[in-house]
Design a protein around this ligand. Structure first.
Ligand code: ATP
Length: 332
């Protein structure tokens, strides 16, 4: 496996003294060539700073970054073979769409006819073949997003960095663009590094992902690994909607006295079971109903598929599950 991007103990600190912020704190990661890699985490966890370190707009305070095996500490952004699609698209409002897309080629000194032909090719790729003469102000949000994508792809980067590229779109368009981006990545075979704070987006699009917390990587793995086997409470809480069980509850459920996670979809309601409590809430979700029961101070959610009998709030119920689905986590 060739690594497109490698971080070796990379840190980036802003400021000095007591007010200093370690935006990125001793991060190690490897992004495989041709993969769709997502960086997921709450606001301020260091995702964008990592992206800027890859692009070269930011320099590490310590550690080494390699792009296709080459140490890039002395390589400026325009010579890294990496392009970025920004959340706000950063299109030039006074230029038409074709010139926006061709901009990078103009900077490189490519002639007008050739760069326009290339720009048209890219606009066809992002399904905007007849939009070259428009100004960005005459486009919808989704169309602007595609132009930003075309403008980055025209440079034929080996790594494409995408910083919350779908953040400004409404849900429906966002889902359509997720499919489109994923298909485009597979077709082109370029390495995509995608920053998002949306766990559904990361889980559904990425080949592998890193979950960030306070400048560090809490876990790195495939979506299934992260979803089914969260390493820590933070990951279980942040990714999906798992039940996070304190040691006493895990023990009452037949596990060790450790923190554990149990997915609501891995539970069933039962008349009796190792753990019983009082139903506090029901939430209808269409294909299933989420039933929350409280035992002591701990709330546990179970998913009851449509068509199955539902308990009433205030009544007692028990939870049953397969012991293999009770996932014990590391201490943080
Ligand atoms: P978001 O999802 O909100 O964009 P993020 O995970 O991308 O968040 P970063 O933008 O990487 O987070 O920021 C990480 C931390 O570093 C934050 O505490 C932020 O305030 C700080 N930070 C980022 N850039 C700078 C800077 N140029 N100067 C000082 N602090 C900075």
């Amino acid at each position: 496996m060739t690594a497109a991007v490698e971080f070796q103990s990379v840190s980036r600190q802003f400021g000095t003294g007591p007010g200093a912020v370690r935006a990125v704190d001793a991060v190690d990661l490897t992004i495989a060539e041709g993969s769709f890699f997502a960086m997921l985490g709450p606001s301020g966890s260091g995702k964008t700073t990592c992206l800027r370190l890859i692009s070269g707009f930011e320099q590490p305070s310590s550690g080494t970054i390699r792009i296709f095996g080459q140490d890039v500490s002395t390589i400026p952004p325009n010579r890294r073979n990496v392009n970025t699609v920004f959340q706000d698209y950063a299109l030039f409002p006074h230029m038409n769409v074709r010139d926006n897309v061709a901009y990078g080629l103009r900077v490189k000194g490519m002639g007008r006819a050739q760069r326009h032909a290339k720009a048209e090719e890219m606009l066809a790729l992002v399904q905007l073949p007849d939009y070259g003469d428009r100004k960005p102000g005459q486009l919808s949000g989704g169309q602007r997003q595609r132009v930003a994508l075309a403008r980055a792809l025209v440079n034929e980067p080996r790594v494409l960095l995408l910083d919350e590229p779908l953040g400004a779109l409404d849900l429906k368009l966002r889902e359509a663009m997720q499919d489109e981006l994923k298909a485009l990545q597979q077709r082109l075979g370029i390495t995509f590094v995608f920053v998002t704070h949306d766990q559904h987006e990361a889980l559904s699009m990425a080949d592998s992902l890193a979950v960030f917390n306070q400048g560090r990587i809490a876990q790195i793995g495939t979506p299934a690994e992260i979803y089914d086997r969260p390493r820590t409470r933070f990951v279980a809480d942040f990714v999906g909607s798992s039940n996070v069980l304190p040691p006493a509850v895990t023990q009452a459920m037949g596990g060790p006295a450790r923190w554990a996670s149990l997915r609501p979809e891995h539970t069933r309601l039962a008349a009796t079971g190792p753990l019983s409590g009082t139903v506090t809430a029901l939430r209808y979700l269409g294909a299933a109903t989420r039933v929350v029961m409280k035992t002591g101070d701990t709330e546990i959610a179970a998913l009851v598929p449509a068509g199955h009998p539902l308990p009433e709030p205030g009544h007692s119920t028990a939870i049953a599950f397969d012991p293999k689905d009770l996932h014990v986590m590391e201490d943080e």
